[in-house]
Design a protein around this ligand. Structure first.
Ligand code: GDP
Ligand code: MG
Length: 317
């Protein structure tokens, strides 16, 4: 079972109209510069663009982000299309990001009140992945400030960046700490909805695991390598270690060397897609398979409605 995006496989998520028209979804990444935001979105989605091309290292593809950048990727699976827009931001305070989110609401509000209401281009941000440093011992004031400035405007999904810098025990502790602080400071991060009681046991189990894993710990890959004919994501370190993928039955990468500096010494380090070490796969499934519609619904029904009510109140007072 290959790790493709799975939006075509979930009937409860696929509305007939969406199947015909395709989905669109806008994902933003935010947080301090250097935490691996650009790298992660490439690992999550954009590497697909490079499938047929020569492999480039992330360093070659990703230059430092200096302004808010939008990338659009079309992903198709079993005839179902997804137009994914990624809003990549450099690390700066919350003000420019708040402005960006507001501007999208403003544009939507204007279009909705205009003549061409049927064909509105929806650029509202449906989800914001907020990167937290793995080196702090929880939230820093800047994290609290950012999330509180944005939490009534956008669905915030907090992430622990560069999880490969921590050992599993440290990740567990940091997650616990962050969960407590989110609570303590009254930060409203995106709440995963209750699981329907008529879902099957497998689904319920996955849902529990997803909720228990938050805030997700992620690793961005800086290379894609070929292992037994399959492309896998890993991190190539300067000293030459590749994290192979640990699929059931997978062997350590061996034999012919697919990339230049193929290491001779390969300890079994975690792969980006290895769920035992990081929540990369959970995050991707959550965004694209299981929770895309809910993220969009909350954006429209809660965040945008708040904005709209506020605008109308201003106009009439
Ligand atoms: P951004 O400023 O948040 O967009 O960060 P970048 O994606 O530009 O990454 C900054 C640096 O961190 C680059 O050298 C990346 O290769 C490296 N990096 C990205 N993700 C990870 C990760 O998960 N673990 C480690 N150790 N390094 C990472
Ligand atoms: Mg960047």
């Amino acid at each position: 079972d290959k790790q493709y995006v799975g939006f075509a496989t979930l009937p409860n998520q696929v509305h007939r109209k969406s199947v015909k028209k395709g989905f669109d979804f806008t994902l933003m990444v935010a947080g301090e510069s250097g935490l691996g935001k650009s790298t992660l979105v490439h690992s999550l989605f954009l590497t697909d663009l490079y499938k047929e091309r020569k492999l480039l290292s992330a360093e070659e593809r990703i230059s430092q982000t200096v302004e808010i950048l939008k990338h659009t990727v079309d992903i198709e699976e079993k005839g179902v299309k997804l137009k994914l827009t990624i809003v990549d931001t450099p690390g700066f305070g919350d003000a420019p990001i708040t402005d960006y989110v507001d501007q999208q609401f403003e544009q939507y509000f204007r279009d909705e009140s205009g003549l061409n209401r049927k064909n509105i281009q929806d650029n509202r941000v449906h989800c914001c992945l907020y990167f937290i440093s793995p080196f702090g011992h929880g939230l820093r004031p800047v994290d609290v400030g950012f999330m509180k400035a944005l939490h009534e405007k956008v669905n915030i999904v907090p992430l622990i960046a560069k999880a490969d810098c921590l050992v599993p025990g440290e990740i567990r502790k940091l997650k616990e700490r962050i969960r407590e602080e989110i609570d303590k400071f009254g930060i409203h991060v995106y709440q995963f909805p209750e699981c329907d009681s008529d879902e099957d046991e497998d689904f319920k189990q996955q849902d529990r695991e997803l909720k228990e894993s938050a805030p997700f710990a992620v690793i961005g890959s800086n290379t894609v390598v070929e292992a037994k004919g399959q492309r896998v994501r890993g991190r190539l370190y300067p000293w030459g270690i590749v994290e192979g993928e640990s699929r059931p039955g997978a062997q350590p990468l061996g034999g012919k060397a697919p990339v230049g500096r193929w290491p001779t010494h390969r300890p079994p380090l975690p792969a980006v897609e290895n769920q035992a070490h990081c929540d990369f796969v959970k995050l991707r499934n959550m965004l694209i398979r299981t929770h895309m519609h809910d993220l969009k619904d909350v954006t429209c029904d809660v965040h945008y409605e708040n904005y709209r009510a506020h605008c109308i109140q201003q106009m009439t007072s």
